[in-house]
Design a binder for this molecule. Structure first.
Ligand SMILES: [Zn+2]
Length: 476
C-alpha cells in the first residue's frame, strides 16, 4: 500500500512522482496489453516496454514540473544496461520455444522487458522523430485493436505509413536491438576519428561477436546535433569524430541511444553545489535538481566526505534531542536517516527503531526500516536480522526488502547470506527470488560461488531457474 498512499507534508515530495508513475503505467496497459495484445509471452515487452515508455509521456503531461523525462535515463536506462550486461540476459523478443513454462514466462517480467523495452522505443522515437512516432503508434493501435500482434507487425506498420522512408527500414533498424541480448559499448578516438563497438559484458572473458546497427547523435563545440550510423563492428574512421581544433565532442546526446555511457564522479563539487540548500534543510524548486541533491548527499556521505557526515549527524541529533519535532525536509529524510545511522552507534539506531515502531505513516516507516540497515555495527545488523523473524517487529511481507537492505550494506552482506540459509523456511515465504538476488549481488569469490550453487539445489522449488542463473553468473 506504500506504493499508492501519499500524505501532504509527511511523505517525501518525490514519492508523489512514484505514485503518479504507477497509475500512468497501469492505465497505459488499457492500450498496450488490453486493446492490442502480444501473440505470446515471449514478446511481453510489447506490453511492458510500451507501458513503461508511455507512462513517462503521461506523467510529463499531468505534472510537467516533475521533468520526469530527465529521470528516465537514471531510472530505466542504467537499470536496463546493468541487467543486460549479464551473459544470462535475454533478447526483448525471445524465441517462442524458450518461453513455455510458468517460470519461463514469469522470468520475462524483468528489467529487460520493462526498461530495455522502454529505452529501445525511446531510441526509435528519436530516430524517426517524435511526432512521426506518436502518430504511427496512434494509427497502429487503431489498426490492430482487438487483435494479437508480433513485433514485426509494429515495425512493418510504422514503415508503411512513414513518409520519409529513412536510411534503414524500421525492421532493419530494430532487428538486432530486439532479437539479440545485450548492448554495445562504443569507443571513439577523437584524434584519429576511429570508432568501434563491442558487446559489453561484466564477464570480460566471455566471447561475443554480436554487433548492432547504431544511430549516434552527436554534437561538437563547433557543430550542431546530427546523426551518424555505425553499421559494422569496426574500427572504422569517421571524419565527424575528429577533434581538429581540440574542440569537445559529445556523442549519444541525451543518452537516447541504448548503449553504455560513463559519467565522471565529482563528489565534492556536487555536494557543494547543493550545500546552501542542504545546510538549511531546504530543497531547490527545480524537480530534477531535487533528485540530484539527494544523489549528491548520498554519494558524498558514502564516500566519506566529512562535512556531509557531520551535516547528517547534526540534523539527526537535533531530531533526537527534540524527539517530536523533525525539521529535516521530507525529501532529505531517507538519505539523512541512513547516513546518520551509518555514522552513529547504538543510540542512533535505537532512536530510529523506536521511531519506526511508533510511526503510523507508511513512507516514514519504510525509510526508517531501510535506514536501520545502514549501520556498520555487526552486532546491530545481526540483531536486526533476528528481528525479521518476529512478525510483531517486522511484517512477513517486509522481510525480503529488509534483508535486501542489509545485504546491500557491505558490512551486512555475509551476515544476510548466513541468515537466510539458516532461516530459509521462514524467510522464503516472503519473496525468495528477491532474497537470493540481494545477497548474491556482491558475491565475487570462488567459495561464494560454490556456496551459492549448493544452496541453489536446496532452494529449487521456491525459485525460478532464471533467477538462480543470474545470481550464479553475477558471482562468476
Ligand atoms: Zn506493466
Amino acid at each position: 500500500e506504500g506504493a499508492l498512499l501519499y500524505q501532504e507534508g509527511v511523505s517525501s515530495w518525490l514519492h508523489k512522482e512514484d505514485i503518479v508513475h504507477i497509475i500512468c503505467h497501469e492505465l497505459a496497459h488499457q492500450w498496450f496489453g488490453n486493446l492490442v495484445t502480444m501473440k505470446w509471452w515471449n514478446e511481453i515487452w510489447l506490453n511492458e516496454g510500451f507501458a513503461s515508455y508511455m507512462s513517462y509521456m503521461a506523467v510529463d503531461d499531468a505534472e510537467p514540473s516533475f521533468q520526469i523525462k530527465d529521470t528516465m535515463v537514471m531510472s530505466d536506462l542504467h537499470f536496463a544496461l546493468e541487467e543486460d550486461a549479464l551473459t544470462s540476459s535475454h533478447p526483448l523478443s525471445t524465441p517462442l520455444e524458450e518461453v513455455q513454462t510458468t517460470s519461463q514466462i514469469l522470468g520475462m517480467f524483468d528489467a529487460i522487458s520493462y526498461s530495455k523495452g522502454a529505452m529501445v522505443l525511446r531510441m526509435l522515437a528519436d530516430v524517426v522523430e517524435q511526432d512521426v512516432f506518436d502518430n504511427s503508434i496512434k494509427a497502429y493501435l487503431k489498426a490492430f485493436r482487438g487483435k494479437n500482434v508480433e513485433q514485426s507487425d509494429l515495425w512493418n506498420f510504422i514503415q508503411s505509413i512513414r513518409q520519409d522512408k529513412g536510411v534503414f527500414s524500421i525492421s532493419t533498424l530494430m532487428e538486432k536491438w530486439t532479437t539479440q541480448m545485450g548492448f554495445p559499448v562504443i569507443t571513439i578516438n577523437t584524434t584519429s576519428g576511429e570508432i568501434y563497438q563491442k558487446h559489453f559484458l561484466y564477464n570480460n572473458s566471455a566471447e561475443s561477436d554480436l554487433s548492432w546497427l547504431i544511430p549516434i547523435k552527436y554534437m561538437t563545440a563547433i557543430s550542431s546535433a546530427s546523426r551518424v550510423w555505425l553499421e559494422v563492428r569496426g574500427p572504422v574512421r569517421k571524419e565527424e569524430f575528429i577533434s581538429k581544433k581540440n574542440e569537445w565532442i559529445l556523442a549519444n546526446i541525451n543518452c537516447t541511444g541504448y548503449y553504455r555511457v560513463y559519467l565522471r564522479e565529482q563528489v565534492k563539487g556536487l555536494y557543494n553545489f547543493f550545500k546552501n540548500y542542504t545546510d538549511t534543510s531546504t530543497v531547490p524548486e527545480d524537480h530534477s535538481l531535487q533528485h540530484n541533491q539527494i544523489l549528491a548527499i548520498d554519494v558524498a556521505c558514502s564516500n566519506g566526505l566529512p562535512e556531509c557526515i557531520e551535516m547528517a549527524q547534526s540534523k539527526f541529533a537535533a531530531w533526537m534531542k527534540s524527539n517530536d519535532t523533525n525539521n529535516i525536509h521530507t525529501n532529505l529524510r531517507a538519505v539523512i536517516y541512513c547516513q546518520a545511522v551509518a555514522a552513529g552507534d547504538k543510540k542512533e539506531w535505537e532512536f530510529a527503531w523506536e521511531k519506526f515502531q511508533s510511526s503510523t505513516d507508511t513512507s516514514e516507516k519504510d525509510q526508517l526500516r531501510k535506514a536501520l540497515a545502514c549501520t556498520r555495527k555487526t552486532w546491530l545488523l545481526n540483531r536486526y536480522l533476528e528481528y525479521t523473524l518476529d512478525p510483531d517487529k517486522i511484517r512477513l511481507m517486509d522481510v525480503a526488502t529488509t534483508v535486501y537492505s542489509i545485504a546491500q550494506n557491505a558490512a551486512g552482506q555475509a551476515l544476510a547470506w548466513n541468515f537466510i540459509r539458516a532461516n530459509w523456511d521462514y524467510v522464503s515465504q516472503g519473496d525468495p527470488a528477491a532474497l537470493i538476488m540481494s545477497v548474491a549481488s556482491r558475491f565475487s569469490t570462488k567459495f561464494e560461488l560454490e556456496e551459492l550453487m549448493r544452496f541453489a539445489t536446496k532452494a529449487e522449488e521456491h525459485i525460478a531457474d532464471i533467477v538462480m542463473m543470474k545470481a550464479v553468473e553475477q558471482t562468476q
